[in-house]
Design a protein around this ligand. Structure first.
Ligand code: AVI
Length: 323
């Protein structure tokens, strides 16, 4: 085991211990993405109920030229830096358009997973042989700090897919402020936000008919069993998703079908669950345009331009540093 791997494992163990010892119990959705979790998320993005990915893709396909105009701001050279790049399908649409317009760009995806970066690198170098690409593995802020005074060119940081929705409001503002601290005056931040809409549409996106989202949540119990020596019996758990319109947030839970004890070897602890007790797994926050504006202002940014899909389901918001 490498030193990094063992530190990550310790952090995972510490977070599971803290989450299952709190009241109400919770597990952090940031641990959903082991290999199987990442595969399940790819499957979720193709589900008919999961509209988010298709909305963002539509924005990029239909508005690539306006996005390019906003990114280049008169010039034609900038560095595109993507935080948590995933499989790059959506970004490829933008990159393809920028290259067609002879933009002088470098694409730098940052991810914690070297495996994800290697796959991305293969895909992009095959599709765009002329693209300058610099993958960077590790922590966003460490890497961005090292890039702060790098090329002297404009940096456009991208945080897509409504990934921000998996943070609480407080975590989001801290995240944006930390990003601001490593940005230069001329740099931009491009963020994907899922907007308020018919609550039925939202709740279906997190409770799909085929049960892929349920599997995605249950997979974290499987991961605890494998990596921390847990003995969760997955048949004794059921996935439950709700949308709370006042808080504008979808939340998912795993519910214990019966009274049970679960032992986790790495923690040397047994946890008791009552029948129908809920473990909080994930928040997926939804936004209004004014919520986006308020969050930008609170974090030291100004909204430069918003891009919406045709149905108004989703917004990619471009921010600049506030004066
Ligand atoms: C990654 N993130 C934006 C997804 C979301 O919509 O909150 C994760 C997800 N959870 C269930 N389905 C998708």
């Amino acid at each position: 085991m490498t030193a990094t791997h063992s530190t990550e494992l310790n952090q995972f163990a510490t977070d599971v211990l803290e989450g299952l010892s709190s009241d109400p119990k919770q597990l952090s959705s940031k641990y959903f993405y082991d290999d199987e979790g990442s595969r399940l998320f790819q499957e979720i993005m193709k589900l008919p109920e999961y509209y988010l990915t298709r909305c963002e893709l539509e924005i990029f396909e239909k508005q690539a030229e306006s996005i390019y105009a906003a990114f280049r701001n008169g010039g034609n050279s900038f560095d595109l830096i993507e935080l948590g790049a995933g499989d790059g399908t959506k970004t490829a649409v933008l990159v393809s358009h920028f290259l067609e317009r002879n933009a002088d760009i470098t694409y730098s995806p940052i991810d914690i997973s070297q495996e994800a970066l290697d796959a991305l690198s293969d895909k992009f170098s095959g599709e765009f042989p002329s693209l300058r690409m610099e993958t960077r593995q590790g922590d966003y802020f460490q890497i961005l700090k090292s890039l702060k005074n790098g090329s002297g060119r404009r940096k456009v940081l991208m945080f897509l897919g409504s990934n921000i929705g998996n943070f609480t409001r407080e975590q989001s503002v801290t995240f944006f402020r930390d990003l601001r601290a490593v940005m230069n005056e001329n740099d931009l931040l491009f963020i994907g936000f899922d907007l308020l809409k018919d609550p039925h549409v939202i709740v279906r996106a997190y409770d799909d008919e085929r049960g892929v989202t349920a599997e995605f949540n249950l997979n974290l119990l499987r991961r605890i069993n494998r990596e921390l020596g847990g003995n969760f019996d997955l048949d004794k758990w059921t996935h439950y998703a709700v949308y709370r319109p006042v808080q504008c947030a979808a939340r998912s839970f795993l519910i214990s079908r019966e009274k049970q004890s679960v032992h986790i070897k790495a923690l040397d602890r047994t946890f008791e669950f009552d029948q129908w007790e809920a473990v909080f797994m994930e928040i997926s926050q939804k936004y209004t345009v004014s919520m986006i504006q308020e969050m930008a202002a609170e974090s030291g940014f100004e909204v430069k331009q918003n891009f919406f899909d045709d149905r108004g389901y989703y917004c990619d918001s471009l921010w600049k540093l506030a004066k």
